[in-house]
Ligand binder design. Structure first.
Ligand code: ZN
Length: 392
């Protein structure tokens, strides 16, 4: 039987924030939590020991990438993802649905599933709700997700409804299929509904009433303005069961984490912290800075005073600046460690504030100091990364 459980230790009286604990076969997760993304069964340039030291409690790996290379059978032969990648903590695998959706003309959806051509060699593949359960059983993560359909932004209400209804039918098929595999794995349901508040609520009811021990909110942070994402969360959270952990898929940045916690979300995953780090973007409490900028060249102190990460404890900002400017391998590691630690420390601070009953003050103070990256910069980055999305 699954040893999965979720309990809530504290709830914020002035918002929907809560502090909880998730038990999995590979360890305990205290929420709110940020999950670093290890697309190819590795969080790029960071070792499992370094992840642990940075406070990581759970990581995410991508089913789409791993099914194509090295293949689920090979990972199973190595004893599953935990043993293959030498990470003995909890792992969550996504369903591959989002990546297949991102393939555009390379994929074709039907009631049966999603047919697509590999971005690596053009070979044909078919993902169905049943096949995804089989692959994720071979990968062996603690928490797994069912195949879903993520509608694009913008989309018509009719397209949003069709995608949501098919996601619901696929959720039921996934639950049946999972029975054939590993009982120690926990299958979360995925709430869809695109950018229609009523559909989001309908999906929350439908999915929340199925026997999923946890729920992921999918289809957000796909290019819509932030205001729309917050509006969707405000609509969906009151309709979710209180006693199941809530995972906001693909979010986010430091400010997104702080705000989403107040809107009732418990778990977050995003490539953003590690991806922006590789491009020179490092988090501080005043906002994201570019370590390559000239002002760091002569800075003897750390990237951010008071940061307890490995990088800031041992290296000057001037040295990290030099490594980034010369594109040295060590930069990718040091930059990634700083941002991962920033996100995990922030998650810990949010948890402490919820327990102490001071979340709202913490949120307001954080947002008053943190200058978010503008929509314009975000859009430019999205354009730049769009082409490379499937390769990173
Ligand atoms: Zn640091």
């Amino acid at each position: 039987m699954s040893s999965f459980s979720f309990s809530i230790e504290a709830e914020c009286p002035g918002s929907w924030a809560r502090a909880g604990t998730i038990h999995t076969p590979h360890g305990t997760i205290q929420t709110p939590i940020f999950m670093p993304v290890g697309t190819q069964a590795t969080v790029k340039s960071v070792s499992p020991e370094e992840l642990r030291e940075a406070g990581a409690m759970i990581i995410l790996a991508n089913t789409y990438h791993l099914m194509l290379r090295p293949g689920p059978q090979l990972i199973q032969d190595f004893g599953g993802l935990h043993s293959f990648m030498h990470w003995d903590g909890p792992i969550l695998t996504d369903s591959g649905g989002f990546q297949v959706f991102s393939l555009g003309h390379l994929r074709k959806l039907s009631e049966e599933g999603a047919a697509f051509k590999s971005h690596l060699d053009g070979s044909p593949h078919m993902l169905t709700p049943e096949r995804v359960m089989q692959i994720e059983a071979q990968l062996g993560a603690d928490i797994i997700l069912p195949l879903d359909i993520c509608a694009a932004f913008p989309c018509t209400p009719a397209v949003a409804k069709e995608a949501m209804e098919r996601t619901h039918r696929w959720a039921e098929r996934a639950l049946v299929a999972k029975e054939r595999y590993r009982p120690e794995q926990t299958l979360f349901g995925i709430v869809q509904g695109a950018f229609e508040a009523e559909l989001r609520q309908e999906s929350a009811h439908f999915t929340g009433n199925l026997p999923f021990p946890g729920l992921s909110i999918g289809g957000l942070s796909v290019g819509e303005p932030k205001a729309i994402m917050w509006e969707m969360l405000r609509a969906v959270t009151p309709e979710l069961p209180r006693d199941k952990p809530r995972h906001l898929l693909g979010v986010g940045s430091p400010e997104d984490l702080v705000i989403s916690v107040g809107l009732g979300m418990d778990m977050f995953d995003c490539v953003l912290p590690t991806r922006v780090a590789r491009h020179g973007g490092l988090f501080t409490h005043a906002g994201r800075v570019n370590i390559k900028s000239a002002r760091f060249r002569t800075q003897h102190g750390p990237i951010e005073e008071g940061c307890d990460c490995y990088t800031c404890r041992n290296y000057s900002a001037g040295y990290v600046h030099h490594l980034a400017r010369t594109e040295e391998q060590l930069y990718y590691r040091l930059g990634s460690i700083h941002n991962i630690r920033f996100m995990l420390r922030l998650a810990g601070e949010l948890r402490a504030a919820i327990v102490e009953g001071t979340y709202c003050a913490f949120r307001d103070d954080f947002l008053a100091r943190y200058i978010p990256t503008s929509e314009k910069v975000r859009e430019d980055q999205r354009e730049k990364w769009r082409a490379a999305r499937l390769h990173s």
